[in-house]
Design a protein around this ligand. Structure first.
Ligand SMILES: [Zn+2]
Length: 167
């Protein structure tokens, strides 16, 4: 074909290798490289490049499972357990607000132990702890008004009651 170059001789550099091709790092060198890389972070520019490279590329099921497992392990300590979530749901409900109002009304808006009437110091407490008796969460008779000081000294106080009753 006219005007088209076709190679008639073998390429001159075919079979040439880099000067270190086939030379393996010694274990000592490998350790040095690993040591130097430990704790190093990609720069923001590199992160962007990596991100662009991997965006839109599907990951294998195996890889996905690995990521899920590692994320699960990472967040297991942070995620609230379902029981706590259920209690949180009760505490945030409108009925719970009504229950609070009813208990405040019942006890005359003052601490049942010391008579404190400062609204900012008053809390509504469950006589039988909420985490042990969620069915009594909205029972007015299970509620009492306490000031924050008296509340602190009672076994029904938050974390202390949980530890005490679970122990
Ligand atoms: Zn009090």
């Amino acid at each position: 074909m006219k005007g088209v170059y076709t190679r008639t001789k073998p390429a001159w550099n075919k079979g040439l290798k880099g000067f270190r091709a086939g030379v393996k790092h010694t274990d000592q060198t490998k350790a040095k490289i690993a040591d130097k890389a430990t704790g190093r972070r990609h720069s923001d520019a590199t992160k962007q490049k990596l991100s662009a490279h991997f965006t839109g590329k599907p990951i294998s099921e195996e890889h996905r499972a690995k990521i899920q497992a590692s994320m699960k392990a990472k967040f297991a300590s942070i995620l609230p357990d379902p029981r706590r979530l259920a209690l949180q749901k009760i505490r945030r409900s409108t009925n719970y607000k009504h229950w609070r109002e009813a208990v405040l009304e019942k006890d005359g808006h003052q601490c049942v132990l010391c008579g404190e009437t400062d609204r900012t110091k008053l809390t509504v407490d469950h006589k039988k702890p909420l985490n042990l008796h969620p069915e009594l969460a909205l029972d007015v008779n299970n509620g009492r008004v306490l000031c924050c000081i008296c509340h602190l000294y009672l076994p029904t106080h938050g974390v202390a009651s949980r530890q005490k009753h679970e122990a």
